[in-house]
Ligand binder design. Structure first.
Ligand code: NAD
Ligand code: LMR
Length: 336
């Protein structure tokens, strides 16, 4: 293989999402069929055997693009030469755990991982944080990553974006590729604002297409307010309720699409990703916030200049307020 391999680091690689990610990455679904990969799997000691088992199975697939797999519990080793980091491993909320406890536990994971990225990663490193609370974990990692530019760190809201598109596919009986202009604003949490006010389906504004199907504009707005927005924002909880544990394959798929589109470019189509705010739409600078984004192949850029009506703006601002509160809670712990 002529091209030199790209080092991809996956944290929490012995967990559920890790298992759903590894084989697709090794098969070329994320970086394409021309880019060989070298995988670095980071786990905590209790997760090492599971990651080692996955590494054995990767070997048994004999993927032509897979040059090497290394399993480690040392972040510095895991991020050595890393160009693509998927930060999946996180501390889940346990019984009786307050939000501040969760943020503190994750600060103990994402701070040191950020430092290891700053010390050891390749100069072109890009990172997506999947582990929750994903936006604030990305903020933590980027704050500790030394000279790595903060905008190399993003957090996953592509799953929310895909969930919104999926609800529209069902409601409007269209295909995914016929829907454009969906946006997820804010935090990857139940406060997020899934927005279709700029979206079209087969070139028709989504609100008009819904009005046509549901018998008028008021019915369309009701469906969006009462069904669509809460269903998308609480879909994670719905999956947990039905499956008994959080989403895995859909989350891994979204992470792969996030990295693929960031690296290969989106063209003019939007997607959604949580990126470091430069003050767009009045979001405080430095917060890792979800926006509609495009990529020309060298990182996501926020789609600017969209009009948000008062109700939409209020919803977006409520989610941004949650991000500010998370950031302030982490600051109060002295880890930011
Ligand atoms: P899991 O418990 O199956 O796997 C997590 C793995 O991370 C475990 O193997 C654990 O040993 C490992 N881990 C814990 N701390 C670590 C550390 N410091 N370094 C390396 N590895 C570590 O969980 P999962 O189902 O794979 O989910 C992982 C995370 O993804 C959770 O936080 C979950 O809430 C989140 N998630 C996010 C989205 C999203 O859209 N952003 C969607 C689904 C799940
Ligand atoms: C999801 O969106 O599926 C995950 O973030 C899990 C959760 O807690 O909602």
């Amino acid at each position: 293989m002529a091209t030199s391999p790209t080092t991809v680091t996956i944290t929490g690689a012995g967990g559920q999402i890790g298992y759903a990610l590894l084989f697709r990455i090794a098969a070329g679904d994320m970086l394409g069929p021309d880019r060989p990969v070298r995988l670095r799997l980071l786990e905590i000691p209790q997760g090492l055997r599971s990651a080692e088992g996955a590494a054995l199975e990767l070997q048994d697939c004999a993927f032509p693009l897979l040059e090497d797999v290394e399993v480690t519990d040392d972040p510095r080793t895991a991020f050595e030469g890393c160009s693509v980091g998927l930060l999946v491993g996180a501390r889940p909320r346990g019984p009786g755990m307050e939000r501040a406890d969760l943020l503190a536990a994750n600060a103990g994971i994402f701070g040191p991982q950020g430092e290891a990225i700053g010390e050891a990663a390749a100069s072109d490193v890009r990172v997506v944080v999947v582990g929750n609370p994903a936006n604030t974990n990305a903020l933590l990692a980027s704050a500790r990553a030394g000279a790595v530019p903060a905008d190399r760190f993003t957090a996953l809201t592509r799953l929310d974006h895909n969930r919104a598109v999926a609800q529209l596919i069902e409601a409007l009986d269209v295909r995914a590729d016929e829907i454009e202009g969906v946006a997820i604003w804010g935090n990857h949490s139940a406060t997020q604002f899934p927005d279709v006010s700029h979206a079209t389906a087969r070139g028709v504004p989504v609100v008009d297409a819904l009005a046509e199907r549901l018998g008028g504009r008021d019915a369309a707005i009701d469906w969006l307010d009462e069904s669509f927005v809460p269903r998308v924002a609480k879909r994670g909880a719905e999956i947990i309720e039905v499956r008994g544990s959080s989403s895995v394959a859909s989350a891994a798929n979204a992470a792969i699409e996030h990295v693929r589109d960031e690296q290969a470019g989106t063209g003019p189509r939007w997607t959604s990703a949580a990126v470091v705010s430069r003050g767009e739409y009045g979001v405080p600078e430095g917060l890792v916030c979800s926006f509609p984004v495009t990529s020309g192949g060298s990182g996501y850029r926020v789609v600017e200049g969209l009009d948000l009506d008062d109700r939409s703006r209020a919803r977006f601002e409520a989610s941004v307020a949650e991000l500010v509160a998370e950031r302030d809670a982490v600051r109060a712990l002295g880890v930011l």
